[in-house]
Write a protein that binds this ligand. Structure first.
Ligand code: DGI
Ligand code: FE
Ligand code: FE
Length: 210
């Protein structure tokens, strides 16, 4: 069981290993994860808060250092991944958790961290909530993030039935993948297969539920 004291200690530890700016984002993702957890996974709020605190612990490592960690852990990067350095930190954070934060090294927390940047097909609920919390944390001012936050909040998910709320999460996630993919296209960057598969999976689900 993850206690409040464990979360407070974890927060201090991550604060000591990243810049003030990155910590501000991390602390805001924790708050957003708590809010989303109350809506979608009330029995997993502390797991979500821990995953939020851990999600970007390696974000400020250099590309070379990420590659070194991947090599040491026999993590193979396919050709597309090698040219998507901004996605490295999700892999390396996931391997650091069992080594440096063993008390939080559960499968559900590690996978939420591992898939927080690209998403993947058939995401777990915790993966989806951390992915979204990272996208719409209150400190984000990037236009797409503000738009997605508005889209999520303005429909008042707290007033929805469970079925409506689950459909709403899917709609918002699809919009987020569309925005990310559009931005990558505009910037001429490779799109991870996982990102495409995450979107297609949700689209298929939405079509099947119409
Ligand atoms: O770590 P954060 O900045 O909080 O957020 P994040 O982990 O979602 O990383 C966002 C960055 O990752 C952003 O610059 C876009 C990039 N990214 C996300 N998906 C892909 C990607 N880059 C490539 N090349 N391909 C992707 O599929
Ligand atoms: Fe990240
Ligand atoms: Fe983040």
């Amino acid at each position: 069981m993850i206690t409040q004291k464990m979360l407070d200690e974890l927060r201090n530890s991550v604060n000591n290993r990243m810049s003030a700016k990155r910590f501000k984002h991390t602390a805001e993702v924790e708050k957003m994860a708590e809010y989303l957890g109350a809506l979608y996974a009330p029995d997993k709020i502390n797991e979500l808060r821990a995953a939020a605190l851990l999600h970007d612990i390696t974000k400020e490592y250099s590309a070379d250092y990420h590659l070194k960690i991947c090599a040491e852990h026999d993590i193979e990067l396919d050709a597309d991944a090698i040219f998507a350095p901004k996605t490295f930190h999700a892999r390396t954070a996931a391997v650091i958790i069992p080594e440096e934060y063993a008390e939080f090294a559960t499968e559900e927390i590690i996978s939420a961290v591992r898939w927080h940047t690209t998403g993947r097909a058939d995401m777990t609920l915790l993966e989806k909530l951390i992915y979204l919390a990272d996208y719409i944390d209150m400190s984000r001012t990037f236009e797409d993030c503000v738009r997605l936050r508005e889209m999520f909040m303005s429909s008042e998910p707290e007033k929805m039935t469970d079925v409506e709320r689950v459909a709403h999460l899917r709609t918002v996630l699809i919009a987020s993948f569309d925005m990310t993919i559009s931005a990558l296209l505009m910037d001429g960057l490779p799109i991870s297969r996982d990102t495409v598969e995450a979107r297609n999976y949700l689209i298929r689900e939405a079509l099947a539920n119409r």
